[in-house]
Ligand binder design. Structure first.
Ligand code: HEC
Ligand code: HEC
Length: 272
């Protein structure tokens, strides 16, 4: 409940200081359970292991990850950030209908979707200790969220899909606001100890063409609220769409099975 108080306090402070409205991602806090509530014993061990697998995925699961990313490269702060597709509440949100596959899927299937697309890798077995550890962490994160409800801030806040992208301007935005961390050629900044300090946004170590982040409006919504890192909300929606149009269209790994996506014919216009 502290988070709700904090939220109210933040809003009150912002009003008092008459600071111009910041983006929702900076003000919307998410009710996340206290680390101290992780139980001792096997369940607690699984929750903690799940968090490590999701935050250090590239190193921990080399057989399942085909690029340089971790799950938390996009699901920021251990999957606890509103509008950065948080994992809070997902334990009771799935199974759920997904239009991309045209069917009802389980949380495990959704996790494996990101392994195969966002991580350009291979699915985990449903009965593996790794999958169960990931599920344990997400269940713990969902503590107190009623079954069948979505938390405010789930997914990404939709961006105006009528905006017309200007890729040339997007290239300039990228050079000015993104290249210092993600590299002039989108290749990221490597960590000498392995993996990346700043993850790549295109090229062989990036997400593949079948990933949600390869869709211009999804990428724009993520960027608008979360990038440049620590300065979410500073780009206009138009700038976010422009820069997303630029980096999503750069070379990246293919994903052949994407031809089976959206079998019901409701393919979004920005799908690659
Ligand atoms: C390159 C960015 C990226 C990475 C890396 C990534 N994801 Fe995702 N993930 C997304 C996007 C984008 C969506 C949502 C797409 C949509 O529905 O619009 C998503 C959605 C999800 C969802 C469903 C969320 C919901 O509210 O329904 C789960 C669960 C998930 N990812 C788990 C994972 C796991 C586990 C990993 C690591 C194995 C991972 N993701 C890595 C981008 C990423
Ligand atoms: C100060 C450094 C910094 C700047 C500047 C920055 N980012 Fe990021 N970005 C990061 C980090 C770090 C992550 C991964 C977060 C994590 O691992 O906790 C990230 C993640 C991402 C991701 C998802 C992961 C991936 O590699 O695909 C995208 C997409 C992205 N940034 C796009 C952008 C865009 C577009 C801009 C410019 C508008 C930008 N970033 C500016 C540091 C930065």
């Amino acid at each position: 409940m502290n988070t709700i108080k904090l939220h109210a306090l933040t809003l009150a402070m912002l009003t008092a200081l008459s600071v111009p409205a910041l983006s929702q991602s900076t003000t919307l806090t998410m009710a996340v359970p206290d680390e101290a509530s992780i139980p001792n014993g096997p369940m607690g061990e699984a929750i903690k292991r799940g968090k490590i697998l999701l935050t250090d995925t590239h190193k921990q699961l080399p057989r399942n990850v085909g690029n340089g990313l971790n799950c938390t490269s996009c699901h920021l702060n251990g999957g606890t950030t509103a509008h950065a597709s948080p994992w809070v509440g997902l334990a009771g949100a799935f199974p759920e209908y997904r239009s991309r596959g045209g069917k009802v899927i389980s949380l495990q299937e959704r996790i494996n979707d990101c392994f195969q697309r966002s991580m350009n890798g291979k699915p985990l077995a449903f009965d593996s200790s790794e999958m169960n550890a990931i599920m344990a962490y997400m269940k713990w994160l969902s503590t107190g969220v009623p079954t069948g409800t979505s938390v405010p801030g789930r997914g990404f806040e939709k961006i105006d899909a009528s905006l017309v992208p200007d890729r040339e301007h997007g290239k300039a935005v990228y050079a000015a606001q993104c290249a210092s961390c993600h590299g002039a050629d989108g290749q990221g900044t490597k960590n000498p100890q392995g993996g990346y300090i700043f993850p790549p946004v295109w090229g062989k170590d990036s997400f593949n063409v079948g990933a949600g982040m390869a869709r211009m409006f999804t990428a724009a919504a993520f960027v608008k609220h979360n990038m440049p890192l620590g300065q979410g909300g500073t780009l206009s929606a138009q700038e976010a769409v422009d820069v997303a149009a630029y980096f999503t269209q750069q070379p990246r790994p293919d994903y052949a099975p994407r031809v089976y996506d959206w079998p019901k014919g409701d393919r979004p216009k920005d799908a690659r």
